[in-house]
Design a protein around this ligand. Structure first.
Ligand SMILES: [Zn+2]
Length: 441
C-alpha cells in the first residue's frame, strides 16, 4: 500500500510517544503536507513511500517536538538582569520598572530571541502570556513555531489597555486575527488571583467560554500567595477560584506549588490541567509542586520553563532533567516520576493542557512537529535507553533538527526562518537599554 509522502525522515531511533509508547529502531517518519502519514521501521515505510525528499539523520534520536506549556517569551530581554533577589525586590526593583518601558518592537525582539532558543533546543510549541502579545504571536508566526498566545488579564490600567472591557476586546481581536491559523492560536490568561479581582476573573472566564478557548492562570505559586489570598478573600487560591466556578475542563493552572491534599483531589474532580515549572519554582525559592500526587489524582500535568528571567534558559530538555530529579529529592523516593512520565509531561500531557490533541506524539494523523538529538554527542553515549537519555542526559545542545508542521525550522546549527546575526546585534543594544532604564528608576 502506498503511503502519501512528500518528506521522509530517517533516524536510528524513534521515540514515538504514541499510545503504546513505541520505540522504533532504524525507523522512518513519512510526512505529507503538515501531517505525519506513517511511522515505523525504515524497511517497511521506505518502499511504500515515494518520498520527494529524504532527511537521513543517521545516528539520531527522533522524538516529538517538546511543548513548553508556560512562559513569557519576551522576558528573554531580562535574562540575568537581576538574579538571586527576594521575589518582591526582584519584581518591584527590577522587572516591573523595565517592563513599564517596553515597546511593541522590544517585545517582538524578545519573542524572536526566545523562539530561536526554543527551536535550537527542540521545542516546537509554546504557550505565552505577556503584554503586547500580538507581537509574540507575530514572532511565533515569523519563526514558524506553534504557539498559544494571550494578552494577560491584570489589574487596569495596563500599558496596553485602560479598562477590563478594552482588555477583553483586545484578547478577542487577537483571537479573531488568528482564528483558523495553522500554528498560532489564543487562550484567555488571567495573571493571578492577587493581581486581579473576582469580576475580572469571572468575565475573562466567560470570554474563554464564549470563544471556546482555554482559560489559564498562575495559581498557588507560593506560600506568600496563599497568605495574601487568605487575607484578601478569606480563602486559599484554589478554593477562591472554585468558589467563582473557575475550575473546570477549560482551566489550566500554572505552578500549583502550595497545595493541600483536598485541593489535589478537587483538581482531579474538576478536570483542570496544571503546568509545572520546576526550575522557576526553585529559582524564586517557592518550593516543590506535588506532581506525583496530581498525576495520581488524574490531573493532566504539562511542563514549562516560565519566563527566561526566572529560569534562566528555555531548554525543555533541561527542564525535564530537573523535573525528574527534584520530585525524587522532594519525596525521598528515587522510584518516583520515572523518565517516561516526565517525557509524557513535556509532550502529550503538555499538549492536553493546551487542548492541542494533534501534537506531542509521532503517529499517523498527528501534526509533523518533531526534533532530533545527535546520538554522537558524548553525553548521549552509549544508548541503553532512549527515553532515559532524552530526560536525564540531554541538555538541548544536542538538537540537530527541529520541524514544525512539516517544515524544517532548525537544522545542524542553522535557523532557517530567523536571522541570528541580526538578533545578536539587537540583543547587544538591550544591555545598554536596560542599564539606562534602571538608572532612571
Ligand atoms: Zn509565569
Amino acid at each position: 500500500m502506498d503511503i502519501p509522502c512528500e518528506l521522509l525522515v530517517l533516524a536510528d531511533v524513534i521515540v514515538t510517544q504514541d499510545a503504546e509508547r513505541r520505540v522504533v529502531r532504524d525507523g522512518a517518519v513519512a510526512v505529507a503536507g503538515d501531517a505525519i502519514t506513517a511511522v515505523g521501521p525504515r524497511a517497511e515505510i521506505e518502499p511504500a513511500a515515494q518520498a520527494e525528499r529524504v532527511i537521513d539523520l543517521g545516528h539520531a534520536l527522533l522524538l516529538p517536538g517538546l511543548v513548553n506549556a508556560h512562559g513569557h517569551a519576551a522576558m528573554s530581554l531580562f535574562r540575568g538582569v537581576a538574579d538571586d533577589l527576594p521575589l518582591m525586590e526582584w519584581l518591584q526593583g527590577h522587572i516591573w520598572p523595565l517592563e513599564k518601558r517596553l515597546t511593541p518592537r522590544l517585545v517582538h525582539l524578545g519573542g524572536l530571541i526566545a523562539c530561536a532558543e526554543m527551536l535550537a533546543t527542540g521545542t516546537t510549541c509554546f504557550a505565552d502570556m505577556y503584554l503586547y502579545e500580538h507581537e509574540i504571536a507575530a514572532a511565533a508566526e515569523a519563526a514558524g513555531m506553534r504557539a498559544v498566545t494571550a494578552e494577560g488579564v491584570i489589574r487596569t490600567p495596563t500599558m496596553t489597555y485602560a479598562t477590563l472591557e478594552e482588555g477583553l476586546e483586545l484578547i478577542e481581536r487577537l483571537h479573531r486575527r488568528y482564528d483558523g491559523h495553522p500554528l498560532v492560536g489564543c487562550a484567555v490568561m488571567a495573571h493571578a488571583v492577587y493581581t486581579t479581582d473576582a469580576d475580572a476573573l469571572r468575565r475573562s472566564f466567560a470570554l474563554a467560554e464564549r470563544l471556546d478557548l482555554r482559560w489559564m492562570i498562575h495559581a498557588a505559586e507560593s506560600a506568600a500567595e496563599t497568605e495574601l489570598c487568605l487575607k484578601t478573600f478569606g480563602k486559599r487560591p484554589l478554593a477562591y477560584l472554585d468558589s467563582l466556578e473557575l475550575l473546570g475542563r477549560r482551566t489550566t493552572l500554572f505552578h500549583c506549588v502550595d497545595l493541600i491534599p483536598e485541593e489535589i483531589e478537587l483538581l482531579g474532580k474538576r478536570g483542570a490541567a496544571v503546568v509545572h515549572c520546576p526550575r522557576s519554582n526553585m529559582k524564586l525559592g517557592n518550593g516543590f509542586a506535588p506532581i506525583q500526587a496530581l498525576r495520581q489524582a488524574g490531573v493532566a500535568v504539562g511542563l514549562g520553563t516560565d519566563g527566561p528571567a526566572s529560569n534562566n534558559d528555555l531548554s525543555m530538555f533541561r527542564e525535564m532533567g530537573v523535573c525528574a530529579r527534584v520530585q525524587k529529592a522532594f519525596r525521598n523516593d528515587p522510584a518516583l516520576l520515572p523518565a517516561q512520565a516526565v517525557l509524557d509531561m513535556a509532550t502529550r500531557d503538555g499538549a492536553a493542557a493546551l487542548s492541542l490533541p494533534h501534537i506531542g506524539r509521532l503517529e499517523r494523523g498527528a501534526r509533523a512537529d518533531m526534533t532530533a538529538l545527535d546520538l554522537s554527542s558524548p553525553n548521549l553515549m552509549p544508548l541503553h535507553d532512549p527515553v532515559s537519555q532524552a530526560v536525564y542526559a540531554a541538555t538541548g545542545g544536542e538538537v540537530r533538527l527541529t520541524m514544525v508542521n512539516g517544515r524544517v525550522l532548525y537544522m545542524d546549527g542553522q535557523h532557517l526562518t530567523l536571522d541570528l546575526p541580526d538578533l545578536l546585534a539587537e540583543a547587544r543594544e538591550i544591555v545598554a537599554w536596560a542599564r539606562e532604564q534602571e538608572s532612571v528608576c
